[in-house]
Design a protein around this ligand. Structure first.
Ligand SMILES: [Zn+2]
Length: 63
């Protein structure tokens, strides 16, 4: 039995990216981090940027 771990969906990518960014909050680091940056974090920020393009902004939400 060899089935893939999980289907890669936009939601899954978004979740992973959010987790990665959370994991770097407060100058924390992950195993991918290097002195000159973090490929994992770069990827996450790029994915988050893509996600934020989603045109869902219901009026009435926010301060
Ligand atoms: Zn990192």
């Amino acid at each position: 039995m060899s089935r893939q771990d999980e289907p890669i969906t936009p939601a899954a990518i978004s979740w992973a990216a959010a987790r990665t960014i959370e994991g770097h909050a407060g100058e924390r680091r992950c195993p991918q981090c290097r002195r000159d940056g973090c490929a994992q974090l770069d990827w996450a920020r790029r994915e988050q940027g893509n996600v934020s393009v989603v045109p869902v902004s219901p009026a009435g939400v926010g301060p």
